[in-house]
Design a protein. Sequence first.
Length: 208
Amino acid sequence: MLKNIYRLNYKIILLTGMHIGGSSDNFDIGGADAEVIKNALTKEPYIPGSSIKGKIKSLFLYRNGINQNDKLVFPKDKDDIKKLFEPTEDDEIKVTRCIFRDAVLSADSKEKLEKTLGKGIFTEIKAENSINPIKGKAANPRMIERVPATTEFDGVIDLMVFDDDNEETLKDLIKEGLEYLELNYLGGSGSRGYGKVKIEYQDFEEQK
């Protein structure tokens, strides 16, 4: 049975520009070739909870996973990790323990970006291209939309703890996953310097 629900409020601080792709039916002349995902009503960028969850799960799999039929999976002795992202085989109640909410643009960052970039503008456009190593010339120029460095997002992780769960282990694993994220990157083009983040949080709060 469900024992407790805990909430971890945290802040994602961009140390470098970040690109998490969105989609658009309209591409203006001179606009970006690759746009970031935005709230359809406010046009503010956000970080989907699925992107945060998927990245942290992948990092845990890289460290702890085993190859099973050409697919990385969690071994049996890592069921506590698996519980955070998907139900385990031994669960009486088949439910994922962690809920990753979308991380939204902080009020302070919204004010700072609009003051610097203009009303309703929250992103930058970065020009990129590839270099032909034989000719030494640039090729395939493209314009990438990014959320600028120093921007902050407010995120929430809700943790459901059931009777048979090791509560402290699950909490510690979530914190460990956030530390892995700091050591890696969020979004696309991380190998080119995008998406380095710093994560700040206090501690889990029990929800009544």
